[in-house]
Write a protein that binds this ligand. Structure first.
Ligand code: URA
Length: 221
């Protein structure tokens, strides 16, 4: 008997990581108006077949995606990410840090290596490994995918493993481009407040990654 196909989205009450399940439960009590659930992949209105670029973040921020329900929305990191996506035609509209701001993705999708908010923004290895089944199914659902932008070492390594490759062969290095079958992988430092405040990632460095990706992506026939 073959194993059932794994869906690309965990259930709203996904019990697979007890620590994350409990943490979300605690925040449901504290902030009942928040989203407080695994955050689903943000996809374009044009549908899955239009997606050529997948962006993989780390995990929802407590007061960002965990509150709003949309990846990088309400997080400091989202300001730079959505601004740069709009500049390179991967999103349109105006980003206003709210899930009803009307911003639309264009040929792109945004997901997280870990779908539930982790305490202190730090998922543990077992949680990253458990949630990888959803990341792998997410990569699979986009039949015309050409490129993956991995934000930070954890997202990068989990993506590499989801693709069945060895991390030692495809190490995280900002600004590199790797080829895995038909997919180009572009690692970047995460666009977090910490990285931009400390100068680990400048806006110019981030923009240059998007420039390279935009040049690498082929238009759909
Ligand atoms: N918000 C997300 O959804 N993911 C991140 O990696 C950071 C902020």
């Amino acid at each position: 008997m073959t194993a059932p196909a794994v869906t690309a989205e965990p259930s709203r009450d996904c019990p697979l990581c007890p620590r994350l399940h409990d943490f979300i439960g605690e925040w449901r009590g504290r902030e009942p108006s928040w989203y407080n659930a695994p955050v689903r992949t943000f996809t374009p209105a044009e549908g899955d077949l239009s997606v050529r670029l997948l962006i993989v973040g780390l995990a929802p921020g407590l007061r960002g995606a965990n509150r709003t329900g949309r990846p990088f929305t309400g997080d400091y990191a989202g300001d730079l990410l959505y601004r740069t996506m709009i500049a390179y035609g991967f999103a349109r509209g105006t980003y206003a840090a709210r899930p009803d701001d009307g911003i639309e993705l264009v040929g792109s999708a945004i997901t997280n290596a870990v779908r539930c908010v982790p305490p202190q923004n730090k998922p543990v290895g077992a949680e990253i490994a458990t949630c990888r089944q959803f990341l792998a199914a997410t990569i699979d659902r986009f039949e015309n995918l050409q490129a993956i932008l991995t934000l930070g070492a954890i997202a990068h390594q989990s993506t590499v493993r989801a693709l069945g490759e060895r991390v030692a062969a495809i190490p995280f290095k900002h600004g590199k481009r790797y080829q895995v079958g038909n997919l180009s992988i572009f690692p970047s430092y995460h666009c977090s407040r910490y990285n931009t405040n400390t100068g680990v990632l400048t806006e110019e460095m981030f923009v240059n990654v998007f420039k390279t990706i935009a040049e690498a992506i082929q238009p759909l026939d």
